[in-house]
Design a protein around this ligand. Structure first.
Ligand code: PLP
Length: 236
């Protein structure tokens, strides 16, 4: 490898960039990573290459199951591991590329129920959002919390305030519930956000929030079936 690098006049060795995966919340994994990277940079230094930068990639996980109660990833422990175990040389740059942990919990995909289909064995909520707006569940069975904001969903206060108060029962009121497959309108086999979700009894026109969609949501959206791209609404 050293010979190959030296033989390529148009390649300049700057540093080491690594990305070991996503949704990692076990800090021991990052500790092992630091130890391995320390070995690698020693190897490069011993072979006469100056390691000017270390890029640690991304990967810190978010809690898709508890967006309200655990909405902020453990950045403190994450950065402490790198501070304690990554061997940073004087003058060296360290880059972090956290993606999901920074933005995932900041957004929800807000959709409206187009149709409630009550079958003999299953009920379906057909939304006006589908795999074109959020493909993660269909592509790799990703989990997202889903709630009915029109029937006392636990959405953020900002979201809840914007809903009409008359149509919303008190949050602590016990509503009858039902189980639904939450699906999009695009394709009858693939276009399913989640199966068998227990929600308050839901109706056509209800507003549904699919949570934790700030990462790998809009950026992976498509115009499949000539569907228009949905807009984003930002609030403070
Ligand atoms: C090279 C690189 N850096 C950073 C990231 C961001 O990862 P995450 O969103 O899990 O933090 C990715 C995601 O695949 C990646 O491939």
């Amino acid at each position: 490898m050293v010979d190959a690098l030296r033989a390529c006049p148009h390649l300049k060795f700057l540093g080491i960039h690594f990305h070991i995966g996503s949704q990692i919340t076990d800090m021991e994994v990052y500790k092992s990573l630091c130890i391995r990277v320390n070995e690698m940079q020693d190897w490069f230094t011993d072979h006469g290459f100056e390691v000017k930068l270390l890029n640690t990639g991304g990967g810190l996980g978010v809690d898709y199951y508890n967006p309200d109660t655990n909405g902020i990833s453990d950045f403190e422990s994450y950065f402490k591991v790198f501070k304690d175990f990554l061997n940073v040389k004087p003058g060296q740059e360290v880059h972090f590329e956290l993606g999901r942990a920074l933005v995932a919990q900041s957004s929800a995909l807000i959709s409206r129920v187009l149709y409630v289909k009550n079958g003999q064995k299953k009920n379906f909520l057909v939304l006006d959002a589908g795999m074109t707006e959020l493909i993660r569940p269909m592509l790799y069975q990703a989990y997202h919390e889903i709630e009915n904001l029109s029937r006392g969903g636990s959405g953020s206060p900002e979201v809840r305030k914007s809903e009409s108060q008359e149509s919303k029962p008190a949050a602590n009121c016990q509503l009858p519930t039902a189980h639904y497959d939450i699906v999009g309108p695009i394709c009858e086999s693939t276009d399913c956000f989640r199966k068998d979700v227990e929600l308050p009894q839901s109706y056509r026109g209800d507003i549904i929030a699919i949570r934790t969609t700030g990462a790998y949501g809009e950026v992976m959206a498509s115009g499949y079936n000539l569907r228009d791209r949905v807009g984003s609404i930002y609030s403070e």
